[in-house]
Ligand binder design. Structure first.
Ligand code: ACK
Length: 288
């Protein structure tokens, strides 16, 4: 499923082919708004479906995110990461061409009432597993670890078979061999998923991604969106409450009971354990 991060080349697409594929960026082909511009659905002449991420702002932040996304995504290839097919940089246009994923994002599946009912436990488990594999691939290369920095339900897309693909690398950062933690004054990302040391002190590391993964697992299991970042002292949100119970030494059965999604209690328990352990480990090993 994977190849070396070194030896990938990035094919260039012709602007005319993309204009044709997206029906001149027609309004009806808009899939949604991404970090730095609109995402369009397109169909190439040979029938291949694509998603075109088009840089729409000329702001420094937009251009930085575009450049950053190419830099990171061009080097990776894994079945649980969205696949970049190439780019189109011509005239004033800057676009990234991705494989098209028909099942929307995980955000839609978890939080949309009618959809979340159809997410059975084996699918939830498959999704959690796939995200973990994608993240591990990003983190494991000792020469160049990639920290995603914005792992969340909206940035996980689903293919025809409901395999998850991590997307949106606009905020990613890479670490060299010796680096384990970095500090930034500009905290970017999404509050509900941010580890405390990153949200409060701007410190990020592989562990901050793992923390976000833990939150994501808890959301997949509970079907409830975490609002506000998880802190051991926060009682007011559901996940914070579950976390509190865990810290207080309560059994995971009690936590599961709080989350009350018991279609299949053993799957619930296993997933919750994984989620809470991720959150707990990242908190225990907070970089100082
Ligand atoms: O949840 P969605 O339907 O899935 O809305 C967002 C929107 O574009 C902004 O990111 C969708 N999107 C992004 N990349 C792709 C892709 N490769 N295939 C299908 N939809 C995509 C995403």
């Amino acid at each position: 499923y994977q190849s070396s991060k070194e030896d990938l080349e990035l094919p260039l697409f012709d602007l005319k082919a993309i204009v044709f594929a997206t029906d001149n960026f027609s309004f009806k082909n808009i899939l949604g708004e991404g970090g730095f511009g609109c995402v369009y659905k397109g169909v190439l002449k040979d029938g291949q479906e694509i998603a075109v991420k088009r840089l729409s702002s000329s702001s420094k932040q937009g251009i930085d995110e575009f450049t950053n996304e190419v830099k990171h995504i061009a080097k990776v290839q894994h079945r649980n990461l969205v696949r970049l097919l190439g780019c189109c940089i011509q005239a004033d246009e800057k676009m990234l061409i991705y494989e098209y994923l028909p099942n929307k994002s995980l955000d839609f599946f978890i939080f949309d009432q009618t959809q979340s009912m159809s997410l059975d436990w084996s699918t939830r488990y498959q999704i959690i597993n796939g995200i973990a594999r994608g993240l591990l691939y990003l983190h494991q290369d000792s020469r160049q670890r990639i920290i995603h920095r914005d792992l969340k339900a909206a940035n996980v897309l689903l293919d025809y078979e409901m395999n998850p693909k991590i997307s949106d690398f606009g905020l990613a950062r890479s670490f060299g061999e010796k680096e384990t933690t970095a500090n930034t004054k500009k905290v970017v990302g999404t509050y509900g998923y941010m580890s405390p040391e990153y949200a409060l002190d701007g410190l990020y590391s592989i562990k901050s991604d793992v923390f976000s993964f833990g939150v994501l697992v808890l959301e997949i299991v509970s079907g409830k969106r975490n609002r506000g970042f998880i802190h051991p002292d926060h009682h007011h949100n559901l996940l914070g409450h579950a976390w509190r119970l865990f810290c207080d030494g309560n059994s995971t059965e009690l936590v599961a009971d709080t989350l009350k999604q018991a279609c299949n209690p053993s799957e619930v328990l296993r997933s919750i354990q994984v989620g809470l352990l991720c959150v707990q480990r990242s908190l225990e090993d907070r970089p100082t």
